[in-house]
Write a protein that binds this ligand. Sequence first.
Ligand code: ACO
Length: 453
Amino acid sequence: MGEVAKLILEGKTYELPVVVGSEGEKAIDISALRAKTGYITLDPGFANTGSCQSAITFMDGEKGILRHRGIPVQELAAKSSFVETAFLLINGRLPRREELKRFSQLLNEHSLVHEDLHSFYRLFPRESHPMLILASMVTALRAFYPRLVGLSQSEEINITVTRLLSKLRTMAAMSYKLSLGHRVIYPRPDLSYCANFLNMMFDNPVRPYQLDDELVKALDVFWILHADHEQNCSTAAVRVVGSARVNLYAAVSAGIAALWGPLHGGANQQVIEMLEQIQAGGGEVRPFIARAKDKNDEFRLMGFGHRVYRTYDPRAQIMQDMCHRVLDKLQRQDPLLDIAKRLEEEALKDSYFQDHNLYPNVDFYSGILLRALGIPNNMFTVMFAIGRLPGWIAQWKESAQDPEWRISRPRQVYVGQTETRYVPMEARDGKEGEAAEPQQRPSEPYSAVLPRP
Ligand code: ACO
C-alpha cells in the first residue's frame, strides 16, 4: 500500500490513500470519507479540492509554470499555432503534418454557420453584450446541428468538436459585424484560422482588409496563451454541467457564461476600463493602488491576483512582449501600456501586493494587445472564449472518457432553520395587521453584494 493520511475522528483513526500526480503533487483521496466516517469536507471556493485527475495541463502556481501536455506555454507561444495547440490539447499529442493539414481543412469546411442564425442575431437589442449573445447562440447551435445518425460516438464527437471550434470564431466575427449594422463577411478557405478571423472582423466591401503576418501571429499567440488553464471557474463549469450528460454545446455555453464574470475572463475588459479611468484622471496610478488596498472599498486592481499563481503569471510576460512587438510593428504608441507598466511597477513595490502575492495575470496586458489589433473593448472576453474553447473541449472529453464519470454533485453543511411548523397566512399577518417575526434573517439584496461599477 502506498502512502496514507491518518484522520482521527471521535477517537477513531481512519486511513485515507494519498494520490501522487506525475509532477509529485499530493492529494488525499477522500472519495470514501463519508461512507466510512459520516463526515464530509468543507472547502468554500474549492481552493483545496481536486475535482478530477487530469493529464491535460500542469500548473505550478509557486514557480509560475504552465505546461500543456508537458510542453511549456512559452515554447508553444514561440513555435506552435493555435490550431496545432488545440489539436494537442484535445488529442493528447502534437499532430503529424498530414493530421494538422486535415484538421485545418476540417476547420475550414465547417466554418460556415446556418443562414437562419443571422436572423437570431438581429433580434437581440443592439447594445447586448457579445458574451450574452455568444452563450445563447452556442446553445442554439444544437438545434441547427442535432445528433448525427449513423456515426460512431467518437466520429460524432470529432465533428461536433470541429464545428464548435470553427463556428464559434465565425459567430464571434458575425456578431461584431451585425452590431455595426454591416454586411457579414464569410470565412475564406484560403486563409488560416487566425487570418480568417481578422478578415471576417475587419474586411469591408469598400475598404478591403490588409492582412499582416505579424498581426496574425500576435492573434495566434493570444489564443495559445488562453488555450487551457486546468480547473479554472469556466472549465469547472463545463465539467460540472457536462457531467449531467448534457450535449457539448450546452456545456460550452455554461463555460462562456462563467467566463463572462469580471473576476474571471471579464477582467480583460475591466482592465482597459480601469486604465482608461486612470488616464482620464491624469495618469496618476497611486490613488488606484490605495483604493485596491482599502478594505472598505470593493475596488480591486483588475488583472492582478490569481487563485493559483503566487508569482508572475507566465502568460502575462509573453502578453506584455507581444504588446511591444505589435505596437512597434504598427509604429504606434498606446498610452495605456505606459500606464499599465507604471501601475505594475508601483503595485509590485507595495508591501500589500507583496504580502498577498498579487502579480499581473493574463488579463493585465491582453486588452492592450487586442486594442492594437483593432478589437473593440466589449469583444475582449469573446476573444478569451475562442481561445479557451480547446481547453473546455479537451477537459469535457477527458471527463467523458473517464470510466468513473459521475454527475458532479457537491454536498453542503446545512446551517438554516431546524424543523419548524408552517405558519398560516392569517397568523403571519398578525391580529392587528402587524407582520409576524420573520423566521430567519432575510438575505441581503443581491445588488448590495455586487462590486460597484
Ligand atoms: N486587488 C486587490 N486586492 C486583491 C486582489 C486585487 N486584484 N486580488 C486579491 N486581493 C486580495 C483580497 O482582497 C484578499 O485580501 P485579504 O486576505 O486581506 O482579505 C486576498 O488578496 C485574497 O483574495 P481572494 O479574493 O480571497 O483570492 P481568490 O483566490 O479567491 O481570488 C481572483 C482570485 C478572483 C483572481 C482575485 O485575485 C481578483 O479578484 N483579481 C482581480 C480580477 C482579475 O484580474 N481576474 C482575472 C483572474 S485570471 C482569469 O480568470 C483569467
